[in-house]
Write a new protein. Structure first.
Length: 136
């Protein structure tokens, strides 16, 4: 009986991971991502619109050539993410850890960022026009 339960658990974990990987290959609109751990994942050219990320570990992920539009990050760790040519449009970070991100390589078209009670460490904002950015 215990062996059957273990096999079932392994198969269900694999099914959930496969479904999550498939979902992340497509455009995501209006989704809630809660408690996810993505480390070193490739999200190149991925589009997220009107999504909310809560308590997610999004470390060392590659978002090159991607787009975030009208998204919120709450209590997330976004350390060492790659943002080369990524569009960040109407993005709010609340209570997040943001370390080692190079915002200077983002696509600056409609760049709109809000940082509320975030720990920002070792990030590069050089040459960006941040007059509309909010740091609280």
């Amino acid at each position: 009986m215990l062996f059957s339960f273990m096999i079932y658990t392994i198969l269900m974990d694999k099914k959930v991971n496969n479904e999550m990987d498939r979902t992340l290959e497509e455009e995501s609109t209006g989704e809630l991502f809660q408690g996810q751990t993505w480390s070193g994942k490739n999200f190149t050219s991925k589009v997220f619109s009107q999504c909310v990320f809560q308590r997610c570990q999004i470390t060392e992920c590659d978002f090159s050539d991607g787009r975030f539009s009208e998204c919120e990050f709450k209590n997330c760790n976004l350390s060492l993410a790659i943002l080369k040519n990524c569009k960040l449009q109407e993005i709010a970070f609340t209570d997040c850890k943001i370390a080692g991100l190079d915002f200077s390589v983002c696509n600056t078209l409609l760049l709109d960022l809000k940082f509320i009670r975030c720990l920002i460490n070792g990030c590069n904002f050089s040459d960006l026009k941040l007059q509309n950015a909010l740091f609280i």
